[in-house]
Design a protein around this ligand. Structure first.
Ligand SMILES: [Zn+2]
Ligand SMILES: [Zn+2]
Length: 111
């Protein structure tokens, strides 16, 4: 598993430098919408309760902390802070130019 070595909260989004040198990038709203806490995802049905469309456009991460050695936790400007983002989740939702192109290529038609 990769670990994030450096977290930078910038105006355009969150930048993560990984132990393999990868420069990850996450627009704030994109990452806020990936939150998997019990308030955002119904833990019984798996249904997403809070997603991209329910999140204010100008939301941003204002603070972050490490959770053990496996995840990051963010405090968002909408005061949401219960979400924990494991490193493997962060790697899979990365939107750096390289990964954004990959995800666009593998996205199902019309979505
Ligand atoms: Zn959440
Ligand atoms: Zn990436």
């Amino acid at each position: 598993m990769h670990t994030a070595k450096e977290v930078t909260l910038a105006e355009d989004g969150i930048h993560l430098r990984w132990d393999d040198g990868h420069q990850g990038f996450y627009p704030h709203r994109h990452l806020r919408a990936e939150c998997r806490c019990a308030a955002c995802i119904n833990e019984f049905t798996g249904e997403r309760m809070v997603g991209y469309d329910n999140i204010q456009e100008d939301v941003e991460a204002i603070e972050w902390m490490e959770v053990g050695r496996y995840a990051l936790r963010f405090l968002w400007s909408d005061f949401h802070d219960t979400g924990i983002y494991p490193f493997d989740l962060l790697r899979s939702v990365c939107l750096c130019p390289e990964h954004a192109a990959e995800q666009a290529a593998s996205a199902p038609e019309g979505s």
